[in-house]
Unconditional design. Sequence first.
Length: 643
Amino acid sequence: MPVLISPRPRPFAGLVAVLGAVAAAVAIAACGGSSGGSAAHASGKVNGKTVTDLYGSLPTPGTPTGAGTITMGQLTGDTPTYLFPIVPGADATDGTAFMIDQLYVPLYNEQVGGVLKVNYQTSGALPPTFSDGGQRVTIRLRPGLRWSNGKPVTSADVLFDLALLRSAVREGSSNWELYSPGLMPDNVKTATAPNPSTVVLTFTRKYNPSYLLGDELAGTLIPLPSSEWDIDAANGPHLNWRSPAVAKKIYDYLSHQGKTLSTFASNPLWKTVDGPFELHSFSTTNSSFTLAANPRYTLTGKVRYSTLGVQTYTSTFAQLNALQAGDLDVAAIDFSQLGQVGSLRADGYSVYGYPNIGSFGAILNFKDTAGDFDKIIAQLYVRQALDHLINQPAYISGIFKGAAAPAYSPLPTVPKTPYTPTAAGTATYPYSISTAAKLLRSHGWKVVPGGQTTCARAGAGPGECGAGIPSGTPLKVSWWATPAASSPSVSLESQAFASAAKQVGVNIQLGTKTFNYQISNFDDADPADSTYRNDWAVANWGEYGTSPYPTGDVIFNTGGAQNLGGYSNPTTDKLIAAAIYGNAPDAATKVNAYLAKDLPILFLPCADVIDAVSNNVGGTSDSFLAMTQDVFYPQYWYVKKHT
C-alpha cells in the first residue's frame, strides 16, 4: 500500500513496497510499534496463529563481505520526482524522500529502530540547547561532518538552507512540504553563526521545547553546500545568498534543477553530498536508480557494500515475481500475497512483520464544490454517517489477515503513546448501517437503500440538510484510490466502503489514480492552485507520518502545508496552538481526542508492514525495524559472507 510515512512530517507514498507497504510531516500519528526481533498485534491471528508466529523474526546478522550490491524495489507511481532537499508538497513521495535522505544529512534525523525519537547518531548536529523559555536554541554541528568534496559542513551551510527556505515559501506555500504559515521559517527572528560549528536561532515567541525539537528542528533543517550551490546558472559566479533578492534567484535555479529528472545523475550540483551514499545512476525511462557508497561519509554507519540498486516494478505482483526469481533482495509483501510467505522462506528470504507507525485514512475534500460536496461534507453529521460505514474489524480480518490495528483517531492504541486519548481503542462512531441511515434521515435526507439518497428538506435548521445544500441534491462521492496493481489493500478497502455506502443510498463513484498523481493534484493546501479542486471528493492512498510530539500541525491546522483536504476548524486550531506554545502535559492528547470526534479524515485501520529480506543480506536489527516508518538506514546493511 502506498505510504505517507516519513522521518519528517510529510505525505509520501511507499517507495518500495518495502518502503511502501500500506508515505512528508509534523504529522500526528502513531499506529504501531515494535520490540525485540519481531512484533505483532496480540489480537491479530491468521488460521489460529498470531502474526508473530506467522511472519517470524528479523533477518539474522552475518559477516560483511565489504562489497557487493543490494537490490530493493519501488513501484511505478511512487518513484523519485525531485532531488533538491527543499521539496514541494507535490513531489513529496517516498521515492523522493528516500533518495534525498541517503544523500543529505539533516540536522536532526528521526527514528531509532521501531521507536520514534531523534537519532543523534545519524544527525548532523549534537543535542540542541534551549534557553529563554523556549525562545532560543543553540545548535552545534557534529565534529568531522564533511561534504563529498572534502570541505567541512559549517554553520554557513545551515544559514544557507534557512535563506532558501524563506525564498521558497515567499514564492508559494506549496514550495516546501513542511510549511505551516507563521512557523518555520517565518518564526525565526534571528539566525546567527558565532563560529563555523555553531548556529543560534531565536524565535518570535516562546515554544514548547518538545515541539521545537520534534516538529520544528527534526528533519526540517538540512545543511546545504553553500560554497557550491550559491549560483543561479550552470558554471555561474558565486553569489551573496544573504541578500533575499539573490537568495530568490538561487532558489529558483536549484528548484528547477531539482525537478529535471534527465540530469539527476549527471548534474554537478548533486555530486556534492554529505550522506552515506552518492547518486550513481538514474533511469529516465522508469526512474530506477543506483546509489554508491560515499567514501567521505563521516557519521556512524559507513557503508560496507558497493552499491544499492533501487529497481522499479509495475505492480506488487511483478515485484513478488522478482523476489521469487531471486532478482530482488529487499521488498514488502502485500497482504494479498501472504500465501507466498512459505515459498519465499524456502527460496532464501526472511519474512517478518511488525506494526506500522502512521495515521491511515481517506482524505476528505472540504473545498470540492461539485454537487455541493463542500457544503455536504462541512456537516459533522455527514462525516459521522460516513464513518459509521467503515467496518474496521472486518477490514482487519478480511483484507489485512489480522496484520493491522484499529484506528479511530490520529493516535490509536498500538502502541499507546504519551499522547494517546483514553478512549482511542474504542470506535467513536462504530460500524452500523442503521445508525448511518438514521443520522441522514434525521437531518432531512430521503434515504433510498440500494438507490440514490437525496436532500428532501433543505435549510440550516433542525432536521434539515444544512446550509447551502439545495433540495434534491444527491449524496454521491467521487472516491479515488491508488490502483490495485500497486495497492491491492487500498483498493479492497475502497470497494468495501462503497458496498456499505450503497446500503444507505450513498453513491460512491470509485476511480483510480497513482499516488504520485494524487499527491500532485488532489491538494487543497495550495490556495493558488484550484485546477483539480472539484475533481475529487475523497482521496485514499495511504497514511500520514508522525513526529515525536504529535500536535496535528501542518496536517490539520488551517492553512497547513499538508492539509490536503482544506479542513478548517477554529477549535482544532486553538488546541494545536496550545500544544505548540503551551506546556500543559495533556495538550497534544486533547488535539487527538478532539480530532477523533470531528473527523478531518475518515480513519482506516493501521496496517502492519510485512517485509522480505534475502538471507544474503545482513544488518543491525534497528536498521530493519526502522522500516516501520519508511525511515531507511540502508548504510547499516551489508552483503553476507557465505560460510
